[in-house]
Design a protein. Structure first.
Length: 437
């Protein structure tokens, strides 16, 4: 299937949110899309689901779609059904990947404990053999108390450590422990993955709230870069906005620039001013959305595995001997446990430093955009003058059913007949009015 004839999911979503009757400007504003892309996408979608076109007297086009757009598309396009199925499969696979790190951690801990037990048994066997042969017992290998947890008389020889009551009032979590391990290791993804979509939606909303006519100072709080020197003075940063929403600059008698977006002035419903933030805010990265208790547990288990790995490797290096399958098992677990635990504890430390660096950059960008929004709020005489001139181009065209002169929902002959009747009635009213005068 030609990918150019496949409906854009962003346009489908925008149509659903707008209740299936839209203009190009409605969709471009809702989805934050380029106006030309929105127009092409609407034509592709209308062709795919047998959508209807309605034409107003002003020449504006309204697109009317069936309520079950998703169902029609899924029945018609195998590619969309395959994509939906692959999406479900990937969600299952990704869930398995997320929990696999926790499963591996628990499995290695269990195997490492078994390996330590085998070493203890081997050391006890060696000690018994030496005692029976008049030996001097277990040689001092530099870690006489490492295996205290396996001796039944440990508490008779040492004071039991006091148990501390930990504060459990940390943040709650909506993920299970195995998912929390993945979150502890790798975090929870980019919180600004949809930043561009939010940016263009916000810009479109600003334009719509101002009835299709704005000044650069109203848009700059939603952009990252506004340039310096010549580029900033001549508002070069507005070029991408004009290109996306098919706008055009207008020059005031004083030589100031305002920006007019005719395509965003047409809608099928009378729009209300939408509430919007004064500037685009990037979200800060968080270390993990796991609860405090889950993070402590995940890090403690990693440290415990590292301790077991050190015990195994030190014991093997100290001369404890095993034979056969047991020797291979213990050596393999010692290497795997050490490598996994070191990586397990290192990754969050490195990631935490990286998060700090990224969040500082995000804070700087947010502060810069906020500063631009404050300039707009102060509204010096120059900005006030520009805003006043922009109002000359502000307008909103609402296309109602009474405004339609053509629709693909009905036969053309019937529509022409109705139109002729409407014209006759209009002329009759005018004649009657003239006679009364």
């Amino acid at each position: 299937m030609d990918s150019n004839l496949t409906p854009d999911p962003a346009i489908v979503k925008a149509v659903e949110r707008l209740d299936y009757r839209v203009t190009v400007g409605d969709v471009a504003s809702q989805a934050g899309l380029d106006v030309n892309l929105a127009e092409r996408g609407l034509l592709v979608l209308a062709s795919a689901v047998d959508g209807q076109l309605q034409v107003a007297e002003s020449g504006e086009v309204v697109y009317l779609f069936p309520k079950d757009v998703q169902g029609v598309l899924q029945n018609k396009f195998f590619q969309l059904r395959l994509r939906e199925w692959l999406g479900k499969v990937w969600r299952v696979l990704f869930y398995l990947i997320r929990i696999s790190f926790g499963i591996v951690l628990m499995l290695l801990i269990a195997l490492a404990i078994v390996a330590v037990i085998l070493l203890v048994l081997a050391m006890n066997s060696s000690r018994d053999d030496r005692n029976n042969s008049g030996g001097i017992g277990i040689p001092n290998m530099g870690f006489p108390n490492l295996f205290w947890i396996f001796y039944p008389n440990y508490y008779d020889r040492y004071d039991r450590p006091s148990l501390r009551n930990r504060n459990q009032s940390g943040s709650t979590s909506d993920i299970n422990f195995l998912e929390a391990v993945f979150s502890f290791l790798f975090g929870d993804g980019n919180p600004n993955a949809e930043l561009e979509e939010r940016r263009w939606q916000s810009i479109a909303t600003v334009i719509r709230n101002n009835r299709g006519a704005v000044i650069a100072e109203q848009i700059s709080p939603f952009l990252d870069e506004v340039g310096t020197g010549y580029d900033q003075e001549y508002e070069q940063y507005m070029v991408p906005v004009l290109a996306r929403f098919n706008g055009r600059p207008e020059v005031s008698p004083e030589g100031q620039m305002v920006y007019h977006f005719p395509d965003l002035q047409t809608t099928v419903t009378e729009s209300r001013r939408k509430s919007i933030s004064d500037y685009l805010q990037e979200y800060r990265y968080v270390f993990s959305r796991a609860s405090r208790g889950q993070v402590i547990a995940a890090s403690s288990l990693g440290a415990f595995l590292l301790a077991l790995a050190i015990v195994l490797n030190v014991s093997l290096a100290g001369g404890v001997t095993l034979v056969g399958t047991a020797a291979t098992f213990v050596k393999t677990i010692a290497i795997l446990s050490l490598g996994y635990s070191v990586a397990y504890l290192s990754i969050p430390v490195i990631r935490n430093s990286w998060i700090g660096w990224r969040n500082r950059k995000i804070s700087d960008r947010n502060a810069e955009r906020q500063q631009r929004s404050l300039l707009l709020k102060r509204a010096d005489p120059t900005i006030q003058q520009k805003l006043s001139y922009a109002q000359q181009f502000a307008a909103e065209t609402v296309i109602r059913n009474d405004d339609l002169i053509y629709t693909t929902e009905r036969d053309l002959i019937d529509q022409e007949s109705d139109r002729a009747s409407q014209l006759d009635a209009e002329w009759q009213k005018r004649l009657e009015k003239r006679d009364l005068e």
